[in-house]
Write a protein that binds this ligand. Structure first.
Ligand code: SF4
Ligand code: SF4
Length: 725
């Protein structure tokens, strides 16, 4: 990973009394160190990748505290790491993206929560929910409830978030329940400040080792018969202990307001949207003080019945703002009110959206309906006007712009995975259409145009496994596509091992771009080492020839018994096409693996840009390859665009007044990956593409050669024109 977190690491080292300024996710990272954590792990994913990325780079510093940092191979291994807190008074924090990561970690989580922990265990979750989310839309609350884990959903304000992280460890220790803290995208990126404390070096650490392992204690195993006892402990002791801690330390917050006949109960993470909606309605001031009392659930599991009934008692009605489905909190609150014999009317999903993100605009109509019903003296006209104005503005914009073309996300300029899908398209033109099992990762961009490739996505590293029921039913072979990130995360065992064991006749393409690119280009086992990268810079300069020195994937596959294995450089489209065709038609009956080799262009450019800038500054020679289209030759059929989808290969008006079709053109930004040329060759397109080498600070011989070429050209040009005439 070429991104440097120098500034963030300095922020992590702030001492007591200093003011931390920055984003929510970094504040959480700092809070974890202030809480005396002994070990940190996780698997990257939006929106919490930053925590682990920063910690991995901060290893030299956290090592001085005796804190161990582990980049785990997947979420299951991260959850299993928390097993350290079952026996030992070690505070541990791990992180991943929910809900998908929690699904992967579910087994370890359940087996962690059953015996419980003695050292505080915290899982920092990225709640990837709502607009812009990249995963299935489900709630983490269900996991907290089923496995009896504390779920903290902090009001997004830095001091509050830091306070809750520190309490999370103590709460976990007081209740023996592992705790989860979920952060929505806005909570991760909210900016603010808080007064820092000193980081705490844990008592037991990599610098102060334990002399002996814990004694044998069957109760610490999640094994029958003690699992039956664990279940009772959860209900009879742990949840009540957690509820006591939450109430005694006021983890949830109540904000009074003058209109006490009603109240609002809100998940902590949705509080800012609620306040903004109240402001739009004229029911909260600029500082966020609301006229309606609000009970903020910074902890959404377990709920504290006494707190909730105290808040609801004496009010005519309460509205619960609970994002996502199903409405667990609302139903629990209904039960609490019923058992307490309180006749407060309860509203929630009857007035608010059942699904989707609770943005300000999404919750305002529900709030308006609630206020109209119970506080008819309040004027809701400002809110209605605001909603109507928004709708009118949208309609006017839509009318002014007309129908906009869809802009699906796509591969980066020069991505090494794009050529593979061009080859796949060409191979299918020969062999016939095949079932393509897609996966999680950048290659899933191929599900959009111009490739529209992929029949299903079952999870990270699951593509090969997901075709197991399809291939035996299909006349043609199926193809599974997987990234190297997915291969190490899950695919190696879930897919490859199963396919080999069952002797499946399957084709697997592994995109070996060197990193888990889609989550932020984190390193993996098969990431090229620094020496390989330096060599690429020395020898290959700006061309695409970083052959990964690390052959771990190939070696692993061979070691497992994969007998049909091809490694193909992705930008060689014709070679890739031929290899795919061979895999689909060969008489070899078994698993066929194509390793598609080509470094992630994003990471490559991050490395090359400062290197190039340095050379230019020193006046050294720099060569840049760029592709272009000869507009006089371009036939205007745009087959090249349908085979590429590169954002820098686009259209422009035809300069020939006698031709109406726009011509293809390569705009600035082309990184010279070579796909344009390779596609033209593999698909026998029109010969309009040219390759140019732009040389800065050329050698004297190059200057001389260039001058000679220019002279010859100028001599030939009038002659050519004359002959044309
Ligand atoms: S991040 Fe890397 S692998 Fe992903 S689309 Fe961009 S260049 Fe391709
Ligand atoms: S060579 Fe073609 S595909 Fe590659 S970056 Fe340039 S325009 Fe895009």
């Amino acid at each position: 990973m070429e991104v440097q977190f120098t500034e963030q690491i300095q922020q992590l080292q702030l001492g007591a009394g200093a003011t931390f300024h920055g984003e929510g996710i970094l504040a959480i990272t700092k809070a974890v160190l202030q809480a005396g954590v002994a070990y940190i792990g996780g698997y990257q994913g939006a929106p919490v990748s930053h925590l682990l990325d920063v910690m991995v780079q901060a290893r030299p510093y956290v090592d001085t505290l005796g804190v161990h940092v582990e980049a785990c191979s997947n979420e299951a291994s991260a959850a299993a790491m928390l097993g350290a807190s079952i026996h030992y008074p070690l505070r541990g924090a791990v992180t991943w993206k929910s809900i998908v990561g929690t699904n992967v970690a579910a087994d370890a989580l359940a087996n962690l929560a059953s015996p419980g922990v003695v050292g505080g265990a915290l899982i920092v979750l990225g709640a990837d929910y709502g607009e812009g989310a990249s995963v299935v839309q489900e709630r983490t609350q269900a996991f907290a409830m089923k496995s009896t884990l504390v779920l903290i959903d902090p009001r997004p304000e830095l001091a509050n978030m830091v306070r809750l992280v520190e309490h999370a460890f103590a709460l976990s220790e007081a209740s023996n329940m592992p705790a989860m803290l979920e952060l929505r995208i806005r909570a991760c990126h909210v900016r603010g400040s808080f007064v820092a404390k000193d980081n705490v070096a844990p008592k037991v650490s990599t610098r102060h080792l334990m002399d002996e392992p814990a004694g044998f204690d069957y109760m610490r195993l999640s094994h029958p018969p003690v699992t039956f006892r664990h279940e009772k402990l959860k209900v009879e002791e742990r949840v009540p202990a957690a509820q006591r801690y939450i109430a005694e330390h006021r983890l949830n917050e109540t904000f009074d307001g003058p209109r006490g006949e009603v109240g609002l109960v809100v998940q902590g993470g949705v509080t800012n949207a609620l306040i903004r909606a109240l402001q739009q309605m004229g029911m909260a001031d600029d500082q966020g003080a609301s006229r309606l009392p609000i009970h903020v659930l910074n902890v959404t599991y377990p709920l504290v019945p006494g707190e909730l009934s105290a808040f609801c008692a004496g009010r005519r009605a309460v509205l619960v703002l609970e994002e996502g489905s199903p409405e667990y909190i609302e139903k629990d609150l209904l039960q609490i009110l019923h058992r307490q014999d309180l006749n407060t009317a309860l509203h929630g999903k009857d007035l608010l959206p059942q699904t989707g993100e609770y943005t300000v605009e999404a919750i305002t109509p529900g709030l308006v309906a609630f206020v109209e019903r119970y506080l008819p003296d309040l004027d809701v006209e400002p809110a209605r006007r605001w909603l109507a104005d928004n709708a009118a503005r949208r309609a006017a914009v839509a009318q002014a712009l007309g129908a906009l073309p869809p802009r699906p996300p796509g591969f980066c300029v020069g991505c090494p995975e794009r050529p593979v899908f061009a080859a796949l398209k060409l191979a299918q033109a020969e062999v016939g259409r095949v079932h393509v099992a897609a996966d999680i990762g950048c290659h899933s961009f191929a599900t959009f145009e111009p490739f529209s490739s992929g029949h299903s996505i079952l999870g990270y590293g699951m593509s090969l496994a997901s075709r197991a029921g399809v291939s035996p039913m299909m006349q043609r072979r199926t193809i599974a596509v997987m990234g190297d990130g997915g291969f190490w995360h899950n695919g190696l065992l879930t897919g490859v091992q199963a396919a080999l064991f069952n002797g499946d006749d399957a084709v697997l393409i592994i995109m070996k771009n060197g990193y888990t690119s889609a989550t932020g280009t984190q390193d993996i086992l098969s990431t090229p080492d620094d020496e390989a990268k330096a060599e690429a810079e020395r020898n290959a300069a700006l061309h695409q020839s970083l052959a990964h020195k690390n052959q771990t994937i190939e070696g692993t596959l061979q070691g497992m018994g994969v007998a049909w294995l091809r490694v193909v450089y992705t930008y060689e489209v014709d070679q890739m096409r031929r290899t795919v065709q061979e895999a689909l038609t060969t008489s070899f009956d078994g698993l066929k693996v194509i390793v598609a080799e080509g470094e992630c262009q994003l990471e490559r450019q991050r490395r090359l840009k400062p290197w190039v800038a340095g050379r230019l500054k020193r006046g050294e020679r720099v060569e840049r390859v760029k592709y272009g289209v000869d507009e006089d030759v371009c036939s205007g059929d745009h087959a090249c665009i349908r085979l590429s989808g590169c954002p820098t290969l686009t259209l422009k008006d035809n300069p020939d007044p006698l031709r109406v079709d726009p011509v293809a053109t390569v705009i600035d930004g082309c990184v010279g990956c070579g796909l344009c040329g390779a596609n033209a060759h593999a698909a026998t397109l029109c010969p309009s593409f040219y390759r140019a080498e732009v040389v800065r600070h050329p050698r004297w011989t190059e200057r001389l050669w260039s001058a000679w070429q220019a002279a010859v050209s100028s001599l030939l040009r009038p002659a050519t024109s004359a002959s044309t005439r």
